[in-house]
Ligand binder design. Structure first.
Ligand SMILES: CN1CCC[C@H](Cn2ccc3ccc(-c4n[nH]c(N)c4C#N)cc32)C1
Length: 249
C-alpha cells in the first residue's frame, strides 16, 4: 500500500514542487499518496483568520488553535474507515534534528501528517490536543540550526528525504546505499564523459576497469572528504586516523 502524506499549510502552492520529478512520479505510480490542505478552509470568518496576538505580549502573531483542530479532524476522517492514526510531524526551529536516521524511521510509517506553522508558530494547546485528545504521536522536528519563516520548506525537504526511501520510489536501490549520511561517510567524487575536459583528466584508476582498485580509491576519497569537510562524522569505526589522510577537498 502507498504511504499516505497529509500536509496542512496556509500556503498550499508552496508544496507544488511535490507534483514534480521523482516524488511526482511516485504519486502517479501510487507509491505515495500526498494530500495538501489549506488551513484557511477550516476557518469560518469573513477574513479566514488563522492568527492572533500572543498572550503575554511579544512580537509577531500566533496561529489560533481552532482552525488547526478542525484541519486535523478533517485529515483523520478523510478516507479513513479503520480510524488509523498518522504520525504528526511539526517542523520547528526548536525541534529534534531531522537526520537520515529519522528519515529512515519515518519511511517505515504508513501515514505521516505535517503541520506547517507560520508567524511565530502554533498555539501550544494544539500539540496537547493532538497528543491527549486525538491520540497522535507528535514530533517537533528541525531542518537545521537556522531560522526559516515557516514550516513549508522543511516539509518539502522531509517529504523528499523520506519519500525517496519508500521502496520503488528510487529506481536503482543500490544508489541508496553508498551515499552521504547513509553510512556515516560523505560521497566520493564522481565523473562522466569526456575523460579529458578543459585540460582536466578523470582519475586514471576510474578508467582502469580494476574494480578492486576503484572501490579502494573511492573509499579513500570518502574518508578524505569526510575528514576535510565533516570531521565530526569521523569516529573510531572508520579505522584510518583522519590525521594521516591526504586531504583532497
Ligand atoms: C522569529 N520566529 C522564531 C520562531 C520561528 C518563526 C518562523 N516559523 C514559524 C513556523 C515555523 C516552522 C519551522 C521553522 C524553522 N526554522 N528553522 C528551521 N530549521 C525550521 C524547521 N523545521 C520556522 C517557523 C520565526
Amino acid at each position: 500500500p502507498a504511504m499516505r502524506v497529509d500536509v496542512v499549510t496556509i500556503f498550499p502552492d508552496y508544496l507544488a514542487p511535490l507534483d514534480l520529478s521523482l516524488i511526482g512520479k511516485a504519486r502517479e505510480d501510487g507509491l505515495l499518496d500526498v494530500r495538501v490542505h489549506d488551513l484557511r478552509d477550516f476557518t469560518h470568518d469573513r477574513h479566514r483568520t488563522v492568527d492572533d496576538t500572543p498572550y503575554g505580549g511579544g512580537a509577531g502573531m500566533v496561529m489560533k488553535p481552532q482552525p488547526w483542530s478542525e484541519a486535523l479532524d478533517h485529515v483523520l476522517a478523510q478516507d479513513n474507515p479503520t480510524g488509523a492514526k498518522p504520525r504528526l510531524i511539526v517542523p520547528g526551529p526548536g525541534g529534534q534534528p531531522f537526520t537520515q536516521a529519522l528519515a529512515r524511521e519515518l519511511a517505515e510509517e504508513p501515514w505521516l501528517a505535517f503541520a506547517c506553522g507560520r508567524y511565530e508558530g502554533i498555539d501550544e494547546r494544539v500539540y496537547d490536543h493532538a497528543r491527549e485528545d486525538l491520540g497522535l504521536e507528535v514530533s517537533v522536528v528541525s531542518l537545521g540550526d537556522y531560522v526559516l519563516n515557516g514550516g513549508e520548506v522543511a516539509v518539502l525537504a522531509m517529504v523528499e528525504a523520506v519519500g525517496r526511501l519508500v521502496p520503488g520510489v528510487i529506481g536503482n536501490a543500490a544508489s541508496l546505499v553508498e551515499e552521504s549520511h547513509e553510512d556515516g561517510l560523505l560521497e566520493y567524487p564522481i565523473y562522466t564523459k569526456p575523460s579529458s575536459w578543459n585540460g582536466r583528466e578523470v582519475p586514471p584508476v576510474l578508467l582502469s576497469g580494476n574494480h578492486g582498485a576503484i572501490a579502494e580509491w573511492r573509499h579513500e576519497q570518502r574518508l578524505a572528504r569526510t575528514a576535510a569537510r565533516r570531521p565530526d562524522l569521523l569516529h573510531a569505526s572508520h579505522g584510518t586516523d583522519a590525521g594521516d589522510i591526504e586531504i583532497s577537498a
